[in-house]
Design a protein around this ligand. Structure first.
Ligand SMILES: Cc1cc2nc3c(=O)[nH]c(=O)nc-3n(C[C@H](O)[C@H](O)[C@H](O)COP(=O)(O)OP(=O)(O)OC[C@H]3O[C@@H](n4cnc5c(N)ncnc54)[C@H](O)[C@@H]3O)c2cc1C
Length: 382
């Protein structure tokens, strides 16, 4: 498979790298340490067309192929995995689901504002009692005239306290005794929508993650996304794509950890020589570099399959599984190479180590990715 980038993809990667290094790196520590949502950064990213990458041009977007989005997320994650996850959820889950399953009216109402960064999007599937087992949701939506009335609690919503609109998954009784998932576009101003609290997390500090309460939340019936009872397909379709995005976040984070480790090993001296000259350090660097490259190739492969219209569910899960587990090993080794200083907040590897930990958890844990890979493989080999 050929991963040679087109001129456009190379230029995009350079533009995002330049933006991340000059516009995000100097200020992101303040956002993280004060748990401030990076809205000014997102507004500038919208100006560069990044928030519109899953939106067709007729709705004001800059729709690109999937590999281009991977390149952008990778570059953002090298500097801030927290900014990368916000952008990934907005593009791959919110905008993509509306662009793919929305009515012409829904697309016209939400996508132009989403491309401009005026409508930031979130995606709420998880509940306090249901994460991996997403079909076991308790939140209900009941049709009452021209509205659906939503009741329940949603958990771990990236940007849940900040997003102007989000896709919320609930059960609807499609016929008596038969419950099925349905998806709704919910605006934060709708009556009955409340942010219950923010999670206090180990990492990704400026990416705010909320628990939401829906108390008789009235959602206009025209905000049903796709068909009633077809929400599971919308959720899984979006997650297939966004798992490639998590792979890209992991690759970006890993590349940064490797770069930091190499730089430090060439500066730090012990026993009268640079620590880079110790074979033990070189083994760690070699292992890290090999894993970054393998993770990158798996992630690019999944996105190229998607761009070619070929099945990519298994490869998306492989990319997410391998890249997110590798990121944790790489961040661990990068911190190890920094010795005691790696444990200090003064060095980037401390944050990378914490930020990496969530990658094998969200958008399907590593255990769930293995199930998806095995099920697909067993089906292919039938
Ligand atoms: C920072 C952060 C941001 C998030 N953002 C979002 C968001 O924007 N939207 C959203 O909807 N969700 C979001 N999530 C939720 C995330 O997707 C879930 O946490 C994840 O899917 C796991 O669900 P759970 O936490 O309920 O774990 P559980 O499902 O309770 O799993 C607990 C353990 O059991 C294992 N397990 C469960 N089922 C199986 C099985 N069948 N076989 C083997 N092992 C199994 C799991 O792998 C895990 O090790 C976010 C989570 C975090 C931490």
């Amino acid at each position: 498979m050929n991963f040679e980038l087109t001129e456009e993809q190379r230029l995009l990667r350079e533009m995002v790298r330049d933006f991340a290094e000059h516009e995000i790196a100097p200020i992101i520590k303040d956002f993280d340490s004060h748990h401030l949502y990076p809205r000014p950064i997102l507004t500038k990213l919208a100006g560069l067309g990044i928030l519109g990458m899953s939106i067709p041009p007729e709705f004001g977007g800059t729709q690109t192929d999937s590999l281009s989005l991977v390149l952008a997320l990778e570059e953002l994650s090298r500097v801030s995995p927290a900014v990368a996850v916000i952008v990934s959820v907005h593009c791959s889950l919110f905008c993509y689901s509306i662009a793919e399953f929305g009515t012409p009216q829904q697309k016209a109402k939400y996508l132009p504002g989403a491309a401009r960064g005026e409508i930031l999007g979130a995606f709420s599937l998880t509940e306090p009692g249901a994460g991996s087992d997403a079909t076991n949701l308790k939140t209900k939506a009941e049709k009452q005239g021209d509205f659906y009335v939503l009741n329940g609690r949603k958990a771990w919503v990236t940007s849940g306290s900040e997003a102007e609109a989000m896709i919320i998954f609930c059960h609807t009784d499609i016929e008596p005794g038969k419950k099925k998932l349905s998806a709704f576009i919910v605006e934060k101003t709708y009556p009955g929508f409340k942010v219950a609290r923010l999670e206090e997390k180990m990492g990704l500090e400026c990416s705010l993650t909320a628990e939401l309460v829906l108390e008789n939340c009235r959602v206009p019936a025209e905000n049903l996304l796709g068909q009633e009872g077809r929400g599971a397909a919308i959720a899984f379709h979006g997650l297939d794509s966004s798992r490639i995005g998590v792979g890209a976040q992991a690759v970006g984070l890993s590349q940064r950890a490797l770069d930091e480790a190499v730089r430090y090993s060439k500066q730090r001296e012990a026993f009268g020589q640079k620590i880079a000259d110790f074979e033990a350090i070189q083994v760690m660097i070699a292992d890290m570099a090999t894993q970054v490259e393998a993770a990158r190739l798996l992630t690019y492969k999944a996105s190229v399959l998607r761009d070619r219209g070929l099945p990519f569910t298994k490869e998306a899960s492989m990319s997410k599984l391998f890249a997110s587990e590798a990121a944790n090993k790489i961040a661990y080794l990068a911190l190890q190479i920094h010795g005691g200083y790696g444990y200090s907040k003064e060095f980037a590897v401390e944050r990378l180590y914490r930020d990496a930990r969530v990658l094998p958890l969200y958008e399907g844990t590593s255990e769930i990715q293995r199930l998806v890979i095995a099920r697909n493989l067993l089906r292919e080999l039938e």
